[in-house]
Design a binder for this molecule. Structure first.
Ligand code: ADP
Ligand code: MG
Ligand code: MG
Ligand code: MG
Length: 399
């Protein structure tokens, strides 16, 4: 057992040089490897390494939040990321970087380096994202969700994973607090917003009993509906793109939960992008419809092919199975709608906000875009019980 230490660039060089499987992927001599830090998330250190034969992406947990050393945090988040990648790679490996190495003592990962990929949020900001990327994300969520669910696998296999990911309490606590609770709590120090421009609407969001009751329903869905293994943090900063090659990264928040949570975070981030870039609303609506079409096709096709290998639904005949698929997709769309609304609100007034708003050229326009996102988020949360199709969801946005 090696004692934990945080690796800097020279620490990583020595570590990789002494790990033959990784050194041989890079090739050449370690002195010649190029290493650079690319950390841009809130939590972890990430370095890209390249050698004459290939590259690696190296990620390590810190004993605290990367952007806030006073916020202490256990190191195990990379353990859950590795476990997640191994659990879903057989289903969606072509849509993720390959995991090469996990070290449980140093809490680090080495994976395929995605180059020249760009993080989707940045690719959208600079106009280099190619339309249609959501097809791949729909495929990802549909495949990962179905194939880790109770319909696809015997309950013993599912409960083993449910139990393993139930231990990811530190990151689940962040979601419970920052996504599902804090934005609706007046006086919570972790919120911040453009003030005084948004003071009135934030006051309304934090004193509306109807909204509090709709948010409570979503809290209950999140914590008590372990339908499938979720990524748990599927925003546009957790996706990398290069033309039509689309990959999902950063699965450290993984947990069993409602399928609409992953789908809703993704859709919520597309809607945030549209709120910040009104000229792109039609494009983002197309992406949402594309996402849903591919989600539904993948999810239902797998269900038709393999839906009798689990312990739910094995008794259904073909027509009973089709009816169950339709009902399940309607229920997922309702959850998706509510979680998308939560994401729009928390990314506008909560702890971790989105850079998409930087597209607005001045403070007054930024405030207007944020207000729009807050109103849309509220509408999605309040009306989530009646959206069964992407059209019904988009009506709440564009009406
Ligand atoms: P965090 O958990 O701290 O958010 P991420 O896993 O999101 O860390 O990685 C941080 C950044 O590192 C990403 O935004 C991306 O720019 C880069 N990155 C992550 N994984 C890869 C990869 N496999 N290949 C290339 N770059 C990557
Ligand atoms: Mg990240
Ligand atoms: Mg992360
Ligand atoms: Mg497809």
């Amino acid at each position: 057992m090696t004692a934990y230490r945080t690796l800097d660039i020279e620490g990583w060089r020595a570590y990789l040089a002494s790990t033959p499987d990784l050194a041989s992927r890079l090739g050449g001599r370690s002195e010649g490897w190029q290493l650079r830090e690319v950390s841009d998330g809130n939590l972890n250190n990430v370095f890209l390494v390249s050698g004459p034969l290939g590259g690696l992406c190296c990620k390590q947990s810190l004993p605290h939040v990367r952007v806030d050393p006073d916020w202490k945090m256990p190191l195990t988040r990379t353990d859950f990321e590795a476990r997640y990648m191994r659990a879903v790679a057989p289903h969606v490996g072509h849509l993720m970087p390959a995991l090469y190495h996990f070290d449980p003592d140093l809490h680090l990962l080495a994976m395929e380096s995605l180059t020249p990929h760009r993080v989707l949020r940045g690719a959208l900001a600079t106009g280099v994202a190619a339309a249609g990327f959501s097809a791949r994300i729909g495929e990802y969520v549909g495949r990962a969700a179905f194939l880790t669910s109770w319909r696809a696998r015997p309950f013993e296999a599912v409960t083993e994973q449910v139990a393993a990911f139930a231990a990811n309490t530190t990151l689940t606590r962040i979601t419970v607090d920052l996504v599902l609770t804090a934005p609706y709590r007046a006086g919570c120090k972790r919120n911040h917003w453009l003030s005084p421009e948004l003071d009135d609407i934030v006051g309304e969001l934090q004193s509306d009993p109807q909204l509090a009751s709709a948010v409570s329903r979503l809290q209950e869905r999140f914590l008590t509906a372990p339908q499938a293994l979720l990524h748990g943090d599927l925003h546009t900063g957790s996706i990398m793109v290069d033309g039509d090659d689309v990959r999902v990264i950063d699965g450290e928040f993984a947990l069993y939960g409602p399928i609409g949570f992953d789908a809703g975070l993704y859709v919520g981030n597309l809607l945030l992008h549209a709120a910040a870039n009104p000229g792109r609303l039609d494009w983002m609506c197309d992406e949402i419809e594309t996402f849903w079409r591919h989600f539904e096709r993948n999810y239902r096709t797998l269900w038709s092919e393999r839906g009798r290998s689990g312990d739910i639904g094995a008794l259904l005949d073909d027509s009973g199975q089709q009816q169950a698929q339709v009902a399940a997709c309607h229920a997922i769309m309702k959850d998706l709608t509510g979680f998308a609304g939560l994401e729009m609100i928390r990314r506008t007034i909560g702890y971790a906000q989105v850079s998409d708003y930087d597209a607005r050229p001045n403070r007054a326009e930024r405030a207007e875009a944020m207000r729009e996102a807050l109103m849309q988020g509220r509408a999605l949360i309040l009306h989530a019980g009646r959206t069964e199709t992407p059209g019904a969801l988009l009506d709440l946005i564009t009406l």
